[in-house]
Design a protein around this ligand. Structure first.
Ligand code: ADP
Ligand code: MG
Length: 724
């Protein structure tokens, strides 16, 4: 089986893909109902009011929706589209769609129809999607409602094209059942709060948008080999596998030349992405063998989140054409780097200012410091919730498991800004001319020049010149949840900041700039314990963080509690993003997701041990035993019989240990299944079931190392990762 799969993998030829700039110009956004298409297919008034609604977040009337639907349908049908779907992001963490045809029979003929109502709202019977108890099956109805701020697009499959309309998904009673609805709320709250604060510095700012650029890491393996591994097929990661002799220790993969077959795949999915207006710009090899990364130009956050979801779907589909399987799992292979999704986040005004870009004059420097320090405070206060928003069974293999970044939420800002903040806190007045531009004079607030090369790859949240980079998000995860939490925390923080500054101005008759600096100074004192410049991997940091009172939530069941903590409920309900019930629902969905994932892994380990590893090992054991008997019968000298005996004993002892430990894990799983309380059950799965996996694996991997290569039916690491 394994050799057949290897033969297939080795015989694949690269599929050539057209790759030139004129092609890119033609393709870019050709499948998006973007501004150009809107202008062509909508009448002037409709176009204008749609643009205004998108900009201001105002409601679109039914009449207007009908006009838009007519234009959208014409645009889509000219491009060969037959069906449309509301495209949404349910709490499964993936995307969902239900296709309807434009076609309707009328008087014995086929006519095409697409009404304003169909554009604006649909009622998919989505009772099988998770709701965390918010929606009983008797009121299974959920609504999808159009999100005009993310443009409709055409998704091409080999046998057809579908018009996809980005939507939110809410229950009959109005609770959010998806990731987009709360994200949109957080975006609008952040806009209001940041715009209000901007008024201290810039009177002409009327809108602030969060921006997001997502660096996406992934692995590629040959499809034929992938299909020979039940663990990869069912869990997206290898549960067994003896480490290849050569992994990433030579550092020869990172930024190395991209293999031809992989390069063709990259160009192909990039082209498909460009058609959908996803502005992919960067591609390179990552640290581990078989690991790669791509990144788009940053965009407005809602669009960037949609685009990342869409990109993962595309990458998966295009991989098929090239005989690859793309792995988004955070840790598909033990012993080498896992994958993350770096979320580069900033705040941009409608006047073109990046609020997290250090200023080049006193006013913009003060504005920068304001947003910078408020981000630190927001992150500090919400760090447990941020940890919860990135928690998953698969991300546990990175966070809290000797892999970057650690589970302790901290911020890296670099040496220049550390000094700036120190001076701000101590109210140091810089001597003019000294240490050139690097020092900030709080009284005069000159230019801040940040050294961009100051980097720390071990930090979960790093300031990288003009943006913060949340690196702790898992590669398979939707960015929606962590970005919603970050936006919400920042919105809440900026509201508080405005109140605090205004109070000082009104009550203490302080000057505006002094009031701002006074408040920032206080925030720094409250939150500076979250700043950490050192090595996030080290044991010292764990101790130091404990001393500082920072949380170290090492696994998902421990981390998820923050969803329902008093501070989360207070913040989210005050902002109007989630009610307590909605938070509990999400908490339960995440707990259940964790338990199910570990449960499935436990079952696959059991199955693979009994049906693949043990049979191979036992067959080999018999061969070894027969050999020992034969040697004895042949009257061979004792030393030579002993050598064979030793191999036999080693194999037998691992067989014994593997069986015993798998059985013990299965018993622990059965016990955990009887626990009713979801939180306790998830914790039992973490501490009693998941905790056994490494130990079981140890014996299986030893057997892989010992057993005759010809008996081993599963592709090995060296084949999965190093095949050229
Ligand atoms: P790296 O982190 O590997 O050095 P870059 O910093 O150039 O790479 O960019 C990483 C990502 O950050 C890209 O997607 C880029 O578009 C995005 N990015 C750059 N500026 C901003 C910004 N102001 N807001 C959000 N994302 C940004
Ligand atoms: Mg980066």
């Amino acid at each position: 089986m394994r050799f057949k799969a290897l033969e297939i993998a080795l015989s694949r030829e690269p599929i050539k893909v057209k790759n030139d700039f004129s092609n890119i110009q033609d393709m870019y956004a050709c499948n998006v109902f973007n501004d150009d298409s809107m202008q062509t297919y909508l009448d002037k008034d409709t176009y204008k009011s749609l643009k205004a609604s998108i900009k201001n977040g105002t409601k679109i009337s039914r009449e207007m929706a009908s006009q838009i639907a007519v234009g959208m349908k014409a645009w889509a049908m000219e491009r060969g589209v037959t069906h449309y779907t509301h495209w949404f992001q349910p709490l499964t963490g993936t995307t969902a769609e239900k296709h309807d045809s434009f076609f309707e029979p009328e008087g014995g003929r086929a006519v095409s129809k697409f009404s304003g109502n169909a554009l604006v709202q649909q009622e998919p019977d989505a009772s099988s999607l998770p709701s965390g108890g918010l929606r009983n099956t008797f009121e299974a109805r959920g609504y999808t409602a159009w999100d005009p701020s993310s443009p409709a697009f055409i998704y091409e499959n080999t046998s057809g094209k579908t018009l996809c309309i980005p939507t939110v998904f809410v229950s009959y009673t109005g609770e959010a059942l998806d990731y987009k609805a709360p994200l949109l709320k957080s975006i609008s709250l952040l806009d209001q709060a940041a715009t209000d604060v901007c008024k201290y510095f810039y009177s002409d700012v009327s809108k602030v948008s969060a921006s997001l650029g997502v660096e996406q890491e992934y692995f590629l393996v040959d499809k034929a080999l992938f299909n020979q591994r039940p663990d990869l097929v069912m869990c997206g990661r290898t549960l067994f596998g003896y480490a290849a002799a050569k992994n990433q220790q030579m550092d020869d993969h990172y930024f190395g030349s991209i293999p031809d077959r992989v390069f063709n795949y990259m160009v192909d999915f990039e082209n498909e992405a460009l058609k959908l207006g996803i502005p992919l710009r960067t591609r390179h090899n990552e640290v581990a063998p078989g690991q790669y990364e791509c990144a788009p130009q940053f965009e407005e956050i809602n669009l960037a989140v949609d685009h990342n979801q869409l990109l993962m779907d595309l990458m998966d589909e295009v991989a098929n054409r090239h005989g690859f399987k793309v792995l988004f799992h955070e840790k598909p292979f033990a012993g080498i780097n896992g994958s993350g999704k770096h979320n580069n986040w900033s705040l941009m005004t409608d006047t073109g200012i990046n609020l997290l870009s250090p200023g080049n004059n006193p006013l913009s420097s003060l504005s920068f410091l304001t947003f910078f320090v408020n981000t630190i405070k927001a992150f500090h206060d919400a760090s447990d919730l941020i940890r919860a928003s990135i928690a998953s069974a698969s991300n546990d293999h990175r966070l809290g498991a000797n892999e970057a970044p650690p589970a302790i939420m901290s911020i890296f800002i670099g040496s220049t800004l550390s000094k700036v903040l120190e001076d701000l806190e101590n109210n140091v007045k810089a001597k003019k001319g000294k240490t050139e531009d690097k020092k900030i004079d709080i009284a005069q607030i000159p230019e801040i020049l940040v050294d961009n090369t100051d980097r720390n790859r071990t930090s979960p949240f790093a300031f990288t010149g003009n943006k913060f980079e949340l690196r702790a998000v898992g590669s398979s995860k939707s960015c929606a949840s962590p970005m919603m939490v970050l936006n919400a925390a920042m919105a809440s923080q900026l509201n508080q900041f405005k109140k605090d500054v205004d109070a000082l101005i009104a009550d203490k008759k302080m000057r505006k700039n002094d009031a701002i600096l006074t408040v920032l100074r206080g925030y720094l004192k409250d939150s500076k314990r979250v700043l950490f410049e050192g090595n996030g991997y080290g044991e010292e940091w764990v101790k130091e963080a404990k001393k500082r009172g920072l949380s170290n939530l090492r696994d998902t069941p421990a981390a998820l509690g923050a969803y329902v903590s008093d501070s989360t409920v207070a913040m989210m309900s005050e902002l109007g993003i989630f009610t307590q019930e909605e938070l509990h629902a999400r908490y339960h969905i995440e707990l259940e997701d964790y338990t199910k994932k570990v449960q499935i892994e436990g079952r696959i380990i059991d199955e693979m041990a009994y049906t693949i590893v043990l049979p191979a090992a036992i067959r080999y054991q018999k061969e070894l035993a027969d050999n020992v008997i034969a040697l004895k019968n042949a009257g061979m000298p004792k030393v030579q019989i002993d050598a064979s005996m030793e191999v036999l004993e080693e194999v037998s002892s691992h067989i014994n240990a593997l069986k015993t430990k798998v059985d013990r894990m299965v018993e622990a799983r059965k016990k955990a299944n009887k626990i009713d309380d979801m939180s306790k059950q998830a914790k039992a799965y973490a501490s009693k079931v998941n905790a056994e996996f490494d130990d079981i694996r140890y014996h299986a991997d030893k057997l892989e190392r010992l057993v005759d290569d010809n008996f081993w039916t599963m592709p090995k690491y060296r084949e999965l990762l190093h095949i050229k």
